[in-house]
Design a binder for this molecule. Sequence first.
Ligand code: ADP
Ligand code: MG
Length: 330
Amino acid sequence: MALQDEFRFINQIKPKKVSRSGLIAGIGDDAALFRPSVGMEQIICMDTMVEGVHFTSATMSPYQIGYKALAVNISDIAAMGGIPTYYLVSIAIPKEWNETDLLSIYEGMAMLADKYHMDLIGGDTVSIANTLVITVTVMGEVEKGKHLLRSQALPGDIVFVSGTIGDSAAGLNVLLHKGTESSHTEVEKALIRKHQYPTPRVGVGRLLSTLKRVSLNDISDGLASETNEIARASDVSLILDEDKIPLSGEIQKQYKNQALEFALYGGEDFELVGTVAASEWDNLQKVAKSYGYLISKIGTVKEGSSSVLLNRNGELQKLEMKGYNHFKHN
Ligand code: ADP
Ligand code: MG
């Protein structure tokens, strides 16, 4: 991108309003400047999406790419129990991409940022040969000592998951077989939506941050992989009940035989999976329900060394830390 084009581009993506009172200087100076809120710990994370690896124009529009690039990062903040605050975007642009599509990426991000009162406070713009690369950094905050780590699971805990699992992978599967243009059934549309517009579970994370002890992780790589991460970080074993894994009506209708595989190994649901003390479970479920959040008990924590077992009709089977992706390298 020529220098004058870059200048014009940055001017167009520069937010017209400021949401956070702590922001002192956003886009336009050498670096962004903000005042951290009193009594809060600061959280920061980053995720990169590469064209042809994490998305293709066959399955995602520019707007959806932007939405998702921000959503996956907000999900990481949610998994720490935090509130997202600011974001920065580094974008490497191939010649083939036009300005309209680039601005659409930013509109997709802005839509979600608006929902969470986040400010875009900086980034970087570079050229690249062939494929678009977008890296988003999100900042967030959580009350001192209230952050949620993966390492807090103890024997006797309940394993829970938010929402329903596997829909995003199922939606991707529909897109890869039928494309974006063909006419989809209502069931297919619902699954596709879960793939293109995953909802980060900030509210659920915030609710969990009020509890004494919770281990938590978000589901980017499938339930098998994420539960193994908790088991490793906490040095315990997780036993999951196959028949308790929450599957949507849509995935059961569309992929009766594959639904469980999508849930375990598909990924990109961006739901939260974690553990709480058994004594807290009933109350947590009640409160979650009152907020309209779905959370389901899917298993228990046992002593043991960092493994996950799946109970299939009474038979325990080791759940490997694998995921599969159609065009994503893990
Ligand atoms: P510098 O040369 O000082 O690094 P730049 O010209 O790269 O400054 O950027 C000018 C301003 O625009 C900075 O505030 C920077 O954070 C912001 N910026 C640049 N590229 C992007 C982008 N792709 N998205 C968001 N903000 C950007
Ligand atoms: Mg720069």
